[in-house]
Design a binder for this molecule. Structure first.
Ligand code: B16
Ligand code: MG
Length: 211
């Protein structure tokens, strides 16, 4: 039986994926680098520096390590300005009901995010206390599709990987869940991933998967 659900953050709990997109778009425009939603989909669940690497594939010239650090910092400042505007209204449909339902059933809830801003976002949303464990980009060395974030979350929960379900909007996150030997549930953009065991359109459909 499933004893814990590990939620990705951006794109699963909150619609910050659009804000990541906006921030990268403004940086790319300033640099004159082509960027669009298709490229953006490849950044889901991927760390900040790796995301930048993907964007710079379209650049006309090479960027030094120092320039990359500066660009990543600029993107994060822009992203954090956008985060200042988030409220509970940015919670994706079904978050509160699903967390309450898990609690009722004695199933634990965790966050497994690549983002270094995860705690800031959760606190702005007022839902930090709703998760038993939070593992984010500050706690890991390797980002998704590496399973480290989910393996760390399960270890901290004291849960066997096979008893954990992972909810992800990213192809890289689904691959990470599979590599962690957990049950992958795809939501939104990750639907259609051949590795996803279940596909849902919103978190409202999650409790039914636990029966
Ligand atoms: P930050 P998730 C990921 O979060 C995002 O999907 C990805 O687009 C972002 O680049 C990454 O976090 C790093 O975020 O720049 O805030 O450290 O989907 O794993 O919750
Ligand atoms: Mg995500």
């Amino acid at each position: 039986a499933i004893v814990a659900v590990i939620f990705d953050l951006d794109g699963v709990i909150v619609s910050t994926d659009d804000k990541h997109y906006e921030a990268w778009l403004s940086i790319s425009r300033e640099e004159g680098i082509p960027f669009d939603r298709t490229i953006n989909d490849r950044l889901r669940g991927v760390s900040r520096m790796e995301s930048l690497g993907i964007i710079l594939e379209q650049a006309e010239r090479p960027y030094t390590e120092q320039e990359r650090e500066a660009l990543a910092d600029r993107k994060n400042s822009c992203y954090q300005e956008l985060l200042a505007g988030i409220t509970e209204a940015d919670l994706l449909p079904g978050v509160r009901d699903t967390l309450a339902e898990l609690k009722r059933r004695g199933i634990r809830a965790a966050i497994g995010s690549s983002s270094k801003n995860a705690r800031l976002i959760l606190s702005r949303l007022g839902i930090t206390g709703d998760f038993d464990i939070i593992v984010d980009g500050n706690d890991i060395m390797r980002s998704k599709p590496d399973p480290e974030v989910f393996v760390t979350a399960a270890a901290r929960l004291g849960a066997a990987p096979a008893a954990c379900l992972v909810v992800e909007d990213a192809e890289a996150g689904i691959a990470a869940a599979v590599a962690a030997h957990m049950t992958p549930v795809a939501i939104g953009p990750a639907c259609g991933s051949p590795l996803a065991q279940f596909q849902i359109q919103s978190l409202h459909e999650l409790p039914a998967l636990l029966e």
